[in-house]
Design a protein around this ligand. Structure first.
Ligand code: ADP
Length: 190
């Protein structure tokens, strides 16, 4: 199985690049942000809970997120591989993913970390707000909170995968296709 963790701060381009990777490698896309937003739209209990965190630019608690991810993995027993987009976002989530995949006889193949400077992230998110309808993109204070949360809670997850020799940092600046080629190259050299 090919299991890719696509990693990076908010606005790094994870969603855009995931679309390219799922097509190229026939992977199942699991985006925790997308799943939370679908739950918010469907007005589920999980959606109401997630919204209270997302609106503030905070992370949804690990236990909730991990249980949700586990259920999604179980819904897709036939998948050839997964692309994890927006997960894991904390070290406990990364540990949980390792044991979930181990219980299925597989593992994370590679973490691709998109590197984008903070100023560029803010510009991209405010631009995306014009069309995404995402209230967490429209408010500069919420954007700043998401970036702070990333730096404090999420960035350390890179060390987790670096320790397993699975981290590849990718320059996330440039044209969309140019960045896609960098990602393909990293995957194809596995
Ligand atoms: P982005 O990376 O552009 O900020 P996402 O769509 O990946 O956006 O996530 C939106 C929000 O959903 C996050 O700010 C966070 O509140 C919540 N979220 C997504 N994934 C996770 C996760 N793995 N753990 C906790 N919260 C999450």
């Amino acid at each position: 199985m090919l299991n890719i963790v696509l990693f990076g701060p908010p606005g790094a381009g994870k969603g855009t690049q995931s679309e390219k990777l799922i097509e190229q490698y026939q992977l199942k896309h699991l985006s925790t942000g997308d799943i939370f937003r679908a739950n918010i739209k469907g007005e589920t209990e999980l959606g109401t809970l997630a919204k209270s965190y997302i609106d503030k630019g905070q992370l949804v608690p690990d236990e909730v997120t991990i249980n949700m991810l586990k259920a999604e993995l179980e819904k897709n027993p036939e998948a050839k591989g997964f692309i994890f987009d927006g997960f894991p976002r904390t070290t406990p989530q990364a540990e949980a993913l390792d044991s979930l995949l181990a219980s299925k006889g597989t593992e994370v193949s590679l973490m691709l970390a998109l590197e984008v400077p903070e100023d560029e992230l803010k510009t991209r998110l405010l631009e995306r707000a014009k069309t995404s309808g995402r209230s967490d993109d429209a408010d500069p204070a919420v954007i700043q909170n998401r970036i702070n949360t990333y730096n404090k809670e999420t960035a350390p997850v890179k060390h987790f995968y670096a320790g397993q020799n699975k981290l590849q940092e990718i320059n996330g600046l440039g044209g969309i296709d140019e960045i896609t080629q960098r990602l393909y190259k990293a995957i194809d050299s596995l």
